[in-house]
Ligand binder design. Sequence first.
Ligand SMILES: C[S@@+](CC[C@H](N)C(=O)[O-])C[C@H]1O[C@@H](n2cnc3c(N)ncnc32)[C@H](O)[C@@H]1O
Ligand SMILES: Nc1nc2[nH]cc(C(=O)O)c2c(=O)[nH]1
Ligand code: SF4
Ligand SMILES: [Mg+2]
Length: 210
Amino acid sequence: MVLQDVMHLVDKGKMLPLMEEFYTIQGEGFHKGTAAYFVRIGGCDVGCHWCDVKESWNAETHPPTEIEQIVVNATKSSDTIVITGGEPLTWDMGPLTKALKNQDLNIHIETSGAYPLTGIWDWICLSPKKNKLPVGDIYDKAHELKVIVYNKHDLIFAEEQASKINDSCILYLQPEWSVREKVTPLIVDYVMQHPKWKVSLQTHKYLNIP
Ligand SMILES: C[S@@+](CC[C@H](N)C(=O)[O-])C[C@H]1O[C@@H](n2cnc3c(N)ncnc32)[C@H](O)[C@@H]1O
Ligand SMILES: Nc1nc2[nH]cc(C(=O)O)c2c(=O)[nH]1
Ligand code: SF4
Ligand SMILES: [Mg+2]
């Protein structure tokens, strides 16, 4: 396929820069402990300095992959597919999620919400970032809000974000991994004093799984 055709298909969400796919246990948030097939799409310009997948940022380093291929692989492994990245909403998620839905799969997204919400989702995990805030109506649609806590100020940011979210949304505070020993006690105290929040840990890192 010539480059122009590939770019056109990526633009339409029919091909996506695929970084990796793996069958594992959802480590974070509401569905932690549940087996799921992860699809990691390359490309993100949000620039979190503590991001644990910086290799995902440059979309050009990840091969444009036909969504049909992603669906074939996903169908073999699990009923639950987690689309993550990178920032999946960099791309049009309509075609991929429609194709996965046709296979009767549960489709979850991990997103910063920095770009408009596209696609059909059974579960939306919104993890907002200060340097590129969520856009559009994702605050009305998110099922869980997962704020990463790197320092004390992030608790103020968490409350600002919670004030914008829908009433059914489940609220999580998750320690930033590199400072977990310092911030986890802060989060524990905060959740006991503000019990509308729950603690989320990156349990896959404790389990030594992807
Ligand atoms: C790598 S991101 C990809 C999806 C999307 N770009 C986002 O940020 O939501 C997946 C999840 O990991 C979280 N995360 C990334 N780096 C982390 C770190 N160092 N410690 C804790 N959580 C982290 C993100 O906030 C997000 O909830
Ligand atoms: N096991 C596992 N659970 C996760 N939950 C969210 C992840 C992500 O990187 O989006 C992730 C991940 O990378 N691995
Ligand atoms: S938005 Fe997500 S992928 Fe992008 S830098 Fe932040 S944590 Fe990493
Ligand atoms: Mg991860």
